[in-house]
Write a protein that binds this ligand. Sequence first.
Ligand SMILES: [Fe+2]
Ligand SMILES: [Fe+2]
Length: 235
Amino acid sequence: MTLDPRLFADGPARDARFTVREVWSEMTNLAEDDPRAMAEFLHRQMNEEVNGLEIAARNLADFPDADWELRLAIARQCADEARHVDMFRRCFEARGGRVGEHPILNFQYRITTRIESLLGRLAVQNRSFEAAGIDAIQDGIAQAAEPDLRELLDAQLADEIQHVRYANHWTAVLAERGGARAAFELARAVGQANRALAIVAGGAMVRYPVDAELRREAGFSDGEIEAVKEFPVRL
Ligand SMILES: [Fe+2]
Ligand SMILES: [Fe+2]
């Protein structure tokens, strides 16, 4: 399947081990009680963390004039995401998995790097995808029985809250500084990402319960938490 280049940038490079798919319905989507489901989830998540690293790295490369403190936060995110990739790989391989064994999706990278402004990218990647990730991780912690998985998710959660939090801070700063033009950029970025995500997801959007306390810790206002309760999206 070919995706609309107005909504999706080119995908990131992957070596010959990987089979890259474009939309959710082309993935190996196993039933929750399938014995291979956990390994497949860990593999998919590992690649999603690679996407997180690649997006943050692209933000550093594409916006060299951004505020130094913001660039520092993005650089720290790169280090965190690289650590998450390793953690997921460890858990996956501990369960007998082999990298490349399952197909992968790079929709986060393709959707986010299509957005032209840093403000828009932070709004989509950190404040939407990663914020939905916080809810999903919290849900995973409640269900994870194996100690290595619990430890992984606990460590990841603390980092992801920080990624959402710095984005909440800096989108407010950049929006205030940019006035009407920034408001337009923000609206366009979010609209574009929503259209693209709907194409990737088809009818398969998963809705996790929104954890209000964690969202507050990540810098969302009560009004924003109420609003997002209606639109919690995660693939
Ligand atoms: Fe991560
Ligand atoms: Fe993250």
